[in-house]
Design a protein around this ligand. Structure first.
Ligand SMILES: *Cc1c(COP(=O)(O)O)cnc(C)c1O
Length: 445
């Protein structure tokens, strides 16, 4: 029922899309193939051509309860009949208050001041501005820069880009025009390795040398997502917290990908038993229904910002705290708790480990790693998207690899049977595409 009756997806729609619509990180000169989706339900995407795909991506970490969930649909429908939007300047409403209550209750106890933002990148911008305004308000005018980890990813807007990996990241060509930040190598010890104090030395040195100009350290706790799907040792995070305190630098945890249970912990910071000074959440916040994010901080930080020269936080988007988005976020968070997310994610972890195990030792595969509901197959060479993605669609699964990484983070509600099918199909595709004979055929003239 996605389109009015009588309107069909034809070659004309495909052509218009190709000729006029940007897709994420896309080329208009050589548009990559895209697959038209007619509708989505549960853990399945129904393509316009009638094919059905098992969803391995949760629409980029977000659709954790699956598509067209009756409770989420109902929440939106009832909110539409009240109001879809009103400005948040000078007005407020129940959906915002209810969302704020839930976020304050779920996130670490010290974080109780909520800025509701319109996307993950915006919540990162807000966190960076909060950090700088906080230091300014304390009279520490030199503390204007932010430290970040190489291999990190924090979003696509200019401020967020400035703390993404400047060498390897997708934003490197903007480098010259961005605020200049400082970087430290990504944590050398992976999740599961034996902790060694030396792993902390680069961060310690950086803070020691540059703390006077640092407002904050921003990092993705334990799981670096779009910058490399790398899982690092939680002890690094615990010690980073300690170092930030020692050098009077705020710690910003970007939990936009990791938040709401994806790692097997409600927030990845819990793996290190720490509380950040600022925290960004997004992605799964609305269960994948609408764009929404939030930046949380402590009351003392909020008060200091508010007592500074500006007299408040200098940010306020037009669609701040959109009631529809807040309402569906409330319903999604309620569902998360009702559904026993911990058990769901533990089930995903077991299924991903078992299902991806056949790829361990495959000559094209460098490493297979699984943490919570995240399964990563790291290849030796960059993935040939134009071959792998159609092969996956042909096999009835939806995943979206980048660079050397073939990864999945299925919806929490995926059944064991569907997960087995998803991983088995991926294994089959990789074995096919990377079979010695197949590559010989592909490279033939
Ligand atoms: C996706 C992501 C962002 C950006 O969120 P958008 O909603 O795409 O702007 C920021 N940080 C992390 C860790 C992310 O995974």
């Amino acid at each position: 029922m996605s389109l009015p009756a009588g309107i069909k997806w034809t070659e004309a729609e495909t052509a218009f899309d190709r000729d006029h619509l940007w897709h994420p990180y896309s080329s208009m000169a050589q548009p990559a193939q895209v697959w038209p989706v007619a509708r989505a339900e549960g853990v399945r995407l129904y393509l316009e051509d009638g094919r059905v795909l098992l969803d391995g991506m949760s629409s980029w970490w977000s659709a954790i309860h699956g598509y067209q969930h009756p409770q989420l649909d109902a929440a939106l429908q009832s909110q539409i009949s009240q109001m879809s939007h009103v400005m948040f300047g000078g007005l407020t409403h129940q959906p915002a208050v209810e969302l704020g209550r839930r976020l304050v209750a779920l996130t670490p106890p010290s974080l109780d001041q909520v800025f509701i933002a319109d996307s993950g990148s915006v919540s990162v911008e807000v966190a960076l501005k909060m950090a700088v305004q906080y230091q300014q308000a304390r009279g520490l005018k030199e503390k204007t820069k932010v430290a970040a980890l190489l291999g990190g990813y924090h979003g696509d807007t200019l401020g967020a880009m400035s703390v993404c990996d400047p060498q390897q990241g997708m934003h490197r060509l903007f480098r010259a025009g961005l605020p200049e930040q400082v970087f430290v190598p990504r944590p050398s010890l992976a999740y599961g390795e034996v902790w060694q104090e030396e792993a902390l030395a680069p961060l310690e040195q950086l803070l020691q040398n540059q703390h006077h100009q640092l407002a904050a350290l921003i990092l993705e706790p334990v799981v670096q997502g779009a910058g490399g799907m790398y899982f690092y040792h939680p002890e690094y995070l615990r010690q980073a917290r300690w170092l930030c305190d020692a050098y009077d630098v705020l710690l910003i945890a970007d939990e936009i990908a990791t938040g709401f249970g994806r790692t097997g912990h409600l927030f990845a910071c819990e793996m290190a038993g720490i509380e950040p000074d600022l925290m960004c959440v997004g992605k799964a916040l609305t269960g994948g229904y609408m764009t929404l994010a939030a930046t949380l901080t402590r009351r003392d930080i909020a008060l200091t910002i508010s007592q500074g020269e500006a007299g408040g936080l200098m940010h306020g988007p037009t669609f701040m705290a959109n009631p529809l988005a807040c309402r569906v976020a409330c319903a999604s968070l309620d569902l998360l708790l009702e559904n026993d997310w911990a058990q769901q994610v533990a089930g995903l972890e077991a299924g991903l480990k078992a299902g991806l195990a056949p790829l361990v030792g495959h000559p094209a595969v460098a490493q297979v790693r699984v943490l919570g509901g995240i399964g990563v197959v790291q290849m030796h060479q960059p993935v040939e998207m134009a071959r792998l993605q159609p092969a996956c669609v042909e096999a009835g699964i939806w995943i979206r690899p980048f660079n050397r990484l073939i990864y999945m983070m299925p919806p929490y509600v995926m059944s064991a049977g569907d997960l087995t099918q998803l991983t088995a199909s991926l294994v089959q595709v990789i074995e096919q595409v990377y079979a010695p004979t197949a590559s010989a055929v592909a490279t033939a003239p």
